[in-house]
Ligand binder design. Structure first.
Ligand SMILES: Nc1nc2c(ncn2[C@@H]2O[C@H](COP(=O)(O)OP(=O)(O)OP(=O)(O)O)[C@@H](O)[C@H]2O)c(=O)[nH]1
Ligand SMILES: [Mg+2]
Length: 469
């Protein structure tokens, strides 16, 4: 069996990552009744015989000693990682997997990418290599980060290019959290646009998730639970509404949203973690869904959403689940794939579903889904026999679809609006743009990136720009 390593960068990356580890552990605990370290566990966890960092690794087949996540945690602030180290998951990570600084990137892509990226390059590579060395057959790196902040977007994309440099043969799948229009990070359009370029160049697949879609989904689920419909109460330990997803502790603002992203990751990794009659290798995602290297943005949709929230509604009909996967309401970005063009589509099903169910539903839905002329049969399917905890089945659809365009256009618009409003005085032939939360603007080039300050800096060689806003 193969192994994968999760690299979580920045506040969002680490918070989402930890939800993934929590839910993955619960899922394995549910299936693995004998307490043995099996192949399923080995794909994302190591088994070491001491709590200390370099305790000897135990082979597959032995008893579970101490499970360590195959992960590298990076944040240029200490808060989130420290919180993780004091929380219920503290034993799943050890110090060799962590990399933190104190002050953060101040929501500045350039500080994350250039300043911290250069300062920590060796240490990052070292930690990635260590994680890779612990694997017999490393198949995939999962990078989790936000597009809106400084560390996740700036340093996260730097880590991505380091992965490409150091491990060119290993697949790189990135879960990117896009900011909502009401995001409180003023510079999020800049950070996102700058990060997008790196994602386009260096990732094998990007799974874009919009915070606004997550908010909409969470609100819908909460509304349903308050609607008083029979059977629609959310269980007390529901994964979506409980802050710690079953573990005790207060609910934090992003918890419910992060659970949805963690479920996306659980689904996409399920066939790497468990057996199935139609197992889909992680490599096969890029191989089958990406016809041109840069067209690798795969719009995810999850269904049934109740799976995510443990809402006690009767099990939905299987066919309905397939229909839902293509509806607007189940997409993790605000998009309607049915009205746009498909280049390819993957359906990853978990639970007691037969290949014939899959085929029947594809045939049923095909006429309503516009596929590009040269790839009319561009379907990829995977079946994992282990369903999500407490549910009979679930479906993750990944669509290489042009419906991702409005998300990019909207970001561009917000970028331009901010650029016009805030940057009127300076220009550079090849501007790298960065600005701080307080609104001070900086147009920086090359080494000047390190000169960040709260007041304006005029990079040498820049000319006064005409105000045209
Ligand atoms: N879904 C989700 N979004 C988050 C979370 N934390 C932050 N965000 C979003 O991510 C963006 C801010 O990025 P962060 O990850 O906080 O920033 P960072 O990577 O730590 O970078 P710096 O703090 O600038 O060093 C904003 O768009 C937030 O709305 C989270 O836990 N879940
Ligand atoms: Mg931060």
């Amino acid at each position: 069996m193969t192994q994968s390593v999760v690299v979580q960068v920045g506040q969002c990356g680490n918070q989402v990552g930890c939800r993934f580890w929590d839910l993955a552990l619960r899922e394995h605990a549910h299936v693995n009744k004998k307490g043995l370290y099996d192949e399923a566990l080995s794909s994302f966890f190591r088994n070491v015989d001491s709590r200390e960092s370099d305790g000897g690794a135990c082979a597959v087949g032995g008893r579970i000693q101490h499970l360590k996540a195959r992960a590298v945690l990076v944040d240029m602030e200490e808060g989130v990682v420290n919180e993780i180290l004091q929380g219920p998951l503290r034993e799943v990570f050890d110090s060799t997997q962590l990399l933190t600084d104190v002050s953060g990137s101040g929501n500045n892509w350039a500080v994350g990418h250039m300043t911290y990226g250069s300062a920590y390059r060796e240490q990052i590579v070292d930690k990635l290599r260590k994680a890779a060395e612990h694997c017999d057959c490393l198949q995939c790196f999962f990078l989790i980060h936000s597009m809106g902040g400084g560390t996740g977007s700036g340093l996260g994309t730097r880590v991505l290019s380091l992965l490409e440099e150091e491990f060119p043969e290993v697949c790189r799948i990135v879960a990117s959290i896009y900011p909502s229009a009401e995001d409180d990070v003023v510079t999020s359009p800049y950070n996102s646009v700058l990060a997008m370029r790196e994602l386009t160049e260096h990732a094998d697949c990007v799974l874009p998730v919009e915070n606004q879609s997550l908010v909409d989904i969470v609100n819908k689920i909460k509304q349903m639970s308050h609607g008083g419909k029979p059977g629609s109460a959310i269980k007390r330990d529901s994964a979506v509404i409980s802050g710690q997803g079953g573990l005790s502790g207060p609910e934090k603002p992003f918890d419910a949203m992060n659970n949805i992203v963690a479920n996306l990751l659980l689904n996409i990794t399920s066939s790497a973690r468990f057996d199935g009659s139609l197992n889909m290798d992680l490599n096969e995602i890029a191989m089958n869904l990406v016809p041109f290297p840069r067209l690798h943005y795969l719009v995810p949709s999850l269904t049934p959403l109740y799976t995510l929230s443990d809402v006690s509604v009767p099990t939905r009909r299987l066919d309905q689940m397939f229909s839902d996967a293509f509806s607007k309401d189940h997409q993790l970005i605000r998009a309607d794939p049915k009205r746009s063009l498909y280049l390819a589509c993957a359906l990853m099903v978990r639970g007691n579903v037969q290949v014939s169910d899959l085929r029947r539903n594809i045939e049923r839905l095909k006429p309503s889904l516009p596929f590009i002329s040269w790839n009319q049969e561009g379907w990829k399917t995977g079946l994992c026999s282990v369903p999500p905890v407490g549910h009979s089945h679930s479906l993750l659809a990944l669509a290489n679809n042009t419906c991702v365009k409005p998300t990019f256009m909207e970001l561009r618009e917000r970028f331009t609006k901010l650029y016009r409003k805030k940057v009127q005085s300076y220009c550079s032939p090849t501007p790298l743009l960065a600005c701080r939360r307080d609104g001070a603007e900086l147009l920086l080039r090359g080494r000047q990136l390190t000169q960040l300050a709260d007041r304006r800096i005029r990079p040498s060689g820049c000319h006064q720009r005409e105000t045209n806003a």
